[in-house]
Structures are given as C-alpha cells and as structure tokens.
Design a protein around this ligand. Sequence first.
Ligand SMILES: [Zn+2]
Length: 593
Amino acid sequence: MACTRNRAPRQSVRHFRACMGPALAAFLIACSEAPAPPPAVAGSAALEAHSAEFRRDIIEVVPGIHVAIGYALANVILIEGDDGVIIVDTTESLEAARTVKAEFDRITDKPVQAIIYTHNHTDHIFGAEAFAAGRDVPVYAHKTTWSHIERIMNVLRPVIETRSFHMFGNYLEAGGEAIINDGIGPALAHSTTGDGDIYGLLPPTHTVDERLEVTIAGRRLVLMHAPGETDDQLLVWLPDERVLLPGDNVYKAFPNLYTIRGTRYRDVMQWAHSVRLMRSLGAEHLIPSHTRPVSGAKAVDDILQVYGDAIQFVHDQTVRGINQGLDADTLARTVQLPAELAEHPWLQPFYGTVPWSVRAIYNGYLGWFEGNSSTLFPIASATRAQRLLALAGGADAVLAEAEAQLPADPQWAAELADLVRAASPDSVPVAAELKARALRMLAEVTPNPNARNWYLTDALELEQRITTGPSPISAERVAFAQGFPIAGVLRSMAVNLDPERSAGVNERVVLVFPDQGVQYAVHVRHQVAVIDALPSVPEDESVVVTVPATEWLALMTGQRGFPLALADGTVQVSGGMADTAKLLRFLALFRQE
Ligand SMILES: [Zn+2]
C-alpha cells in the first residue's frame, strides 16, 4: 500500500509523517489505493486541540478595544470612545449577545453610539438589540446587506436553516452526540426547535458603498467594502490605533471559499484582492470576527500574505486545470497547497477545505456540466443503481462487500451502501445501519468540523435517532419577520406555488397593505405566480384584499386563521362571499403539505 503524494491533499502534510510511522488505522485509510476521504490532518484530535481557540475570554487588544470570544459562534468587538462605545458584530442570538453585553458593562457604562455589521450572516446580526438596549442606535452596514438578509429570510430559509444545522452540528445533542467545535467558534447558538431568545436584528440605518470615514465617540473609523466571504463584507480600519477588523475574510482556518450549507458562488479572487487591500493598510493588530486576535505588524502581515496567496493559489491552479480540460473531481484531488502554505497554522482545514473550494471554483466558472456528453441527459440515478446492483450480484453481495471494506475504506463502504439504498428499498435498514457506521468512522478521521458534524448528523438520522428539517414557524419568528417589507414575503409565496393545483389556473388577486402603503397584484398563470407592484388599486379588479402587512405573514404561516381574520375585519375582501371563496381557493394554491 503506497502512501503517494497525489492520493491525499497536500494539506495533509502531517498526515504523511504519520503514514511513515507505525501503522495508525485512521491514517492508513487516507493512504489506501482508494480515493482519499476529506483531508485528514490528524482527525478529530486536531479539532479537539483547536477548541483552545474558543475559550471564553474578553481580550483588550489595545487600550479601549476589546473582543469577546467564545460566547457564540462569532466574536463581538467593543471599541470604547470618549463618550460612548461602538459595537462591531453582535452574535447570532439575543441571548448570547446579552451575556456579552453584561461583560462589556463591567468594562464601561458608556452608551452604545453605533453598531457595525461586517456582513449579513446570522452570526453577526441577530444580537443587535441587546447592545442597543431599546435606544435608537445607528447601525452601519454595506448598502446591499439588507437585501442579502431578506433573500435568506424569505426565499431560502427552510433549506439554509436545515443545512446550517447539519453543518454546525445543532442536531447532534438530540442524538446524544457532542460538537467538538465549529472551526470558527464553539457552536452556533440556535436551537433546532426555533425556541430561545434569538431575534434581535436591527435594520441598518447608515449604509456604506465603497468607503466611509466616520468619527464616532472620538474614534476615527474607516469602513471599506471588502467583498470576499460575502459580497457585502465590510472591513473596519482604525488608522490611529492601526487596528484592522477583517470581518469574516480572515480567521484562523482555511477560508470557507465554499460553504457546504449552500451558497452562491463566492468570487474567490475578489476575496484575495480584499485580503491584499487589508495587507496594504499596514495593521499592527488584527481582530477577526472569529478566532483570536493577533498583535504585531509582522505577524499580521504574514497572516494576510499567506491568506491571500493561498486563495489565489487554489483559484489559479483550478483555472489552469479547467483550461487543460480536467474535470472537477480530478482537480479536487490534485490541486494541493504548497507545503509552506499547507503547514501554516492559519490555513488548516478547520473550516474551509481545498477540495471543496476547487469544486466551487469549477462550478463558479463553468457551472455543472463538465463536458462529458453522456451526463447531459443521464438515466435516473435509481435506475442506474438497480442496473449496477444487478451486475454486482445483488444487494446482499454489495452489502457484504461494503461490510468487508468498511474497516479500511469507510468512504467506499458508504458509497456502496448508497448504491443499495438507491436501488433496493428492501435492503434499506441494513444499508442505512452500515452507512451510519461508515460515517462515524469518517467523522473520527476528519479535522474538519463541518464534515464531522454532517457525517454524524446523517449517521444519527440513518439510525432514526433524530429527524432533521425546517423548524416549525414560531410566533416569535413571525413577529420578527413582520418587520420586513412585505415584498419579501410575497417572493416567498411565488416559490411555494403548487404546480399541480395551479395547472390551468389563470387568476389575479390584488393585495393592498395599507400599513406599508403598497399594493401588489399576484397573478397565477402558466403555473407561476407573477407578482407586480401596483402604483394604485385598479378599479376593475374582481378580488381586492385589504390587510395589514404585519397580519399577512401570520395568516400565510397559519399562525392566524383566515375565518377569524375575515370575521373580525382584519382581512377585508371586495365583492362579498363569492370573492372570499375565490380568495381562499386562490390561497390554497400556495399551501404547503
Ligand atoms: Zn461569521
């Protein structure tokens, strides 16, 4: 069994050393002739050691500038000024933010004069209210931040939430497993049931385009657009103190150039440019929104240099391979960081990984089609699985082979179990149990918490110890979403249209929302719901519904019943009973069941 360099990613330098020593089963898995599992630097032991990064602490990096670490997935940064303080990032929940606020109150009782969101991700925005404490506090963010928040909240919430909970390990506890850490923080402080004091988001009041210089409480700040992990990322530069707050564009882990919870393509070269822009500032202190701060101009410069270079390396070598006609799978196996980058403590695969990044870059440039024409209109995956299973001697034979391969190659065992599960429903319990064992072995050897959490979540679900899926829509969540413009809620209606029920339907309803001063036509035709803002209420509409925007969401999510809302006048429908019946039939087109 050769431990060849191109079998495993070069991120795994320590892994090769391990391979040369006494046989360690976990490491040998990655050195076998079979395709390597995700990078196994030193398995979950390395991840355990990484937990030290998140021990709870409030660190004063320079006089008056503190960072709270380990209270939530993301850090909170406190900048104390003459007559007030500035808060940068607010954690993912009100509850966590309140704990941080209580700690900050022990440092100073000066009022919060501004909140800055470095970007739109949940773990930076949901705790804002805890810091504003009921006061009217200016909130700074990039000009596109709010539109990103709305898109996630309204259109993609069910899937992004479920996948985030897989990735951050939020389901594990219910199945009797524990998170080691989440790579960039201890854990995502959200419950899978939607309970808890979460929603303290405050909408931005001051937006930044490319650059904004502002003095708050006597502190000079430069907010600069630095697209990278997200398109709306802002960096915060304090030129007088030479302190750089890079948001999520830099943390002590290989950057998440692709996140497995699902994301639009992240323009990785923009990310590298933003890191180099930061480097050009000549910072003496780096306070990331995840992981611990770093002081010393040389240390900061070194981190920013290798970070930008690692991103560019992965980008350039992927594109080079693409131009040579190589497919994503081949590139994911062969693009490997140079040793000096692979060994760098800030580039370990504790969050992003090189192979995932390579696949995302491939997809970002070319999309899903890799040039093999037999993949243009492939046969159904279940049919393929059945035919392969027949060739391989049937489900029992394949499961026996999976069992035999399991100790040495759990990845292959999991893939064989998948084949059986896809082809043969009768074998599912045995295959599920076998796959769960394989996933647990993979979880043990990966240093990557996203992979580990997902493996274990899948294992628990295969063992029927947990179920995953979008959490129920609580009254608290509805109350939170009621603060958003109604347009976003209507967009979520469109992607919930049932194509079967709406077949042959050609109906239009006008919705008037007096509290937001807007009206929309929702026209269902050709099995799509076309939503148009109207300048005024048309005269000739057959069905006109007048309802407060704040009530509409409660009605659409079932928090409030239509009959009662109609009876008490919350919902008013033109044209009497006939139109009311028409409205209810119309709304049934969007029902989820
Ligand atoms: Zn974050």
